[in-house]
Design a protein around this ligand. Sequence first.
Ligand SMILES: [Fe+2]
Length: 182
Amino acid sequence: MQHLSKIGVLAVVILLSAITPFASAQVLTEAEVSWLQYMREEEKLARDVYLHFSELFPNAKIFANIAISEQAHMDAIKSLLVRYHVEDPAQTTGVGEFNIPEIDSLYKTLIAAESLVDALKAGVSIEETDIVDLEAAMAATTRLDIDRVYNNLLSGSFNHLEAFELNLLNLNGTGQKSRIGK
Ligand SMILES: [Fe+2]
C-alpha cells in the first residue's frame, strides 16, 4: 500500500513537471501581443490628447479628470505587458510621442482642434474608437485576465463618451447622439 502511494506521488510529480512549463511560459498569440501593445498606445493617445486640451481649456475640468482615468487605463495595460513579458511601446516616449505611426498621426489630427466644441468632439471620437478597438481586442483573446482588463477599460470608455456628449449638449446644444451610444 505504502509502495503504491509512493508510485502515486511520483506520478503526480511527473505529471506536474510535464504541465508546468506550458502553464508558466504564458505565451500569447501574435494577435494578443499586438492588441496589448496597440491598446497601450491608444490609452496613451487618449491621455496625451486630454492633457493637451486641459492646458488649452483650463476651465473645462473634464479633460484633466479623464486624463487621470486614461493614466489608470495605461497602467492596467502595462501590468499585462509586464505579466506576459511583452515589450512596452510606450516605455520611453514622452507626452505626445508615439511609436505606432497610425497613433502618432491620429494624435496630430486630434490636437488640431482649436475650439472647445471641437476638443469635446475629439474626445467623443477618441472614446468611440476606443470602444470599437477594445471590442476587437476582446474578440482576439481567450485569456480571462486580459479580457477582464479590456472589459474594465470598455466601461470607462462608455462613461467618458457619455461625459463628453453631455458637455457638448450643455455647451451650446451642438452635441449629437453617438453612433455607438450606450
Ligand atoms: Fe477613455
